[in-house]
Design a protein around this ligand. Sequence first.
Ligand code: F3S
Length: 402
Amino acid sequence: MELTKDQRDMLDGKYGEGAALALKVQVGIGECFDAPRMVPITNSHVALSNQEADLWFAEKMVKLGARTKVPPTVNPGFCLPYFKGRGMVTDEDAEHMRRTHEAYKALGCRLTYNCTPYMDTNIPFPNEIIAFSESSATPYVNSVWGARTNRESAQSALCASITGAVPEYGLLLDENRKGNILVEVKAKMEDNFSYNLLGYMGKKIGPGIPVFVGLGNYVSPEAHRNLGAELNTSGAYGMYHVVGVTPEAPTLEAAFGGKKPERVVVITDDDLARVLETEISDPGGRGIDFALFGCPHTSLNEVSHIARLVKGRHLSVPLWIMTSSLTKSSAEKMGLLDTIRAAGGEIVEDTCSDQPCWHLYKGKVGVTDSPKCAYYPRKRGLEFVIRDLETCIEAALKGEVE
Ligand code: F3S
């Protein structure tokens, strides 16, 4: 790779050992992809996970004196004061979260603890070169906002935040942003939940950049969020196009860059029903112990909707909504938090479903509307029946799911 004098100085340690290591990692990645050079970024998001390897790398960077030149927003861990204050995490887990907080604070990150920054706190411009990690975030910023990022890992996005640059390859280049798979959606896409199921069709869609047709001319922010999150739970996708909706796909021809699709995939109602029953949901028709929403983080619209559904009623099982502190604070000002708490539910900020704070539900059965919400906690021994949001809320009110 051709580096500028300043970048060579960085590699040689002029800006400290941390910056030198970060750039070394990125040059290694760039060489793997034949990137000719590094290009500056103006925005980033780090999918902090509060897990061993994540903390090891962040603390290593702190010890080496690194500081972020482009301060990133960060993913959630768990809300330490909330879960520690209620004795819901072990001292060891609490200490781990405290160290994660301190490490990312020392690196100068924006401690938003939210996995949907593209909805409010970190919205890039079209064509802006950025470094975003997180499964729903990368496709959203590429596809919906028309910004340019590769599928960064938490660590490579942190390195980019430290050096202020990324290797130029992949989705940063015009020619790699064209679709190659035509996805004809014949299923009825009635609500945001349908997009969770459509996203989970990654195995059928196969690798590449899907171009969706048949979704109408409006796809809600939550539907885009769900589509990207689940495409990256069932597969690996950096971007997609929706013809007539996303900015780089005003027409089918533009979406494919004038080329013919390499393959055509048709998605029907039967496909969505089959994936729900055979791949993502544990069996229904039984009692449940809890309801969990917000993987990816719940939007303010969804919090309002849940509040309307539970208003004046009493939940039979605990209902948890994970969201950003910004959304929680707005919900509080709007009286939604009071309504949800009066029904027996709770909104927790800064918290992810894949965290030790949910250990209390090990061996228990929950409901959620998100396949991704079930995917990771299942590895921790939690079971999930997946249904649309309204069915989940009814289940939480009754204590059983159909
Ligand atoms: Fe967000 Fe954690 Fe789910 S980062 S998407 S709540 S696994």
